[in-house]
Design a protein around this ligand. Structure first.
Ligand code: FEO
Length: 166
């Protein structure tokens, strides 16, 4: 049986993942509107992935006979000014998600909730991958000289290729 605290924290994580999905959807919309089709494609896929993260927790709670709550969500920002600023914000967001996952894992381990610890390990590994992906995109934007206004078309195309690899 899940502790009250773990139940509340897993429902909070459902909200975080659902917000992540909406955040990337908002970024995809901005990218699409600003002639960045590769980034839009990548971010639409990322939004779908985040929804699947939310569903994983939802289903875990249901499988163990607990209630999963559908969260109310705050509105994500919709104007990102520049492509590199948008991806910097995405990395920062992922770093905050990693912290939330680590706090959940801490709680599972210290309360000897081994079922939740086993379940959460997938998310720990996923966060390593998520941060790595956004860091790689930012490195590529930097090397391409996007901040100085160079190679935006090519850099966006490169990001689009990442959507296909997902
Ligand atoms: Fe599900 Fe990107 O955190």
């Amino acid at each position: 049986m899940l502790s009250k605290k773990m139940h509340a924290k897993l429902n909070e994580q459902i909200e975080i993942e659902a917000y992540s999905s909406n955040l990337y959807l908002a970024m995809a919309s901005w990218a699409s509107e600003n002639a960045l089709p590769g980034s839009a494609k990548f971010l639409y896929k990322q939004a779908e992935e985040e929804r699947s993260h939310m569903m994983k927790i939802f289903e875990y709670l249901n499988r163990i006979g607990e209630h999963a709550c559908v969260p109310a969500l705050k509105e994500p920002p919709c104007d990102y000014k520049k492509i590199e600023a948008m991806f910097e914000q995405a990395l920062k967001h992922e770093q905050s998600v990693t912290q939330a996952i680590h706090e959940l894992m801490d709680l599972a381990v210290t309360s000897k909730d081994y079922a939740s610890a086993g379940f959460l390990q997938w998310f720990v590994d996923e966060q390593v991958e998520e941060e790595e992906t956004f860091r790689a995109i930012l490195d590529m934007l930097k090397m391409a000289g996007v901040k100085e206004g160079r190679n935006i078309y090519l850099a966006d195309k490169e990001i689009g290729k990442r959507a296909e690899a997902k």
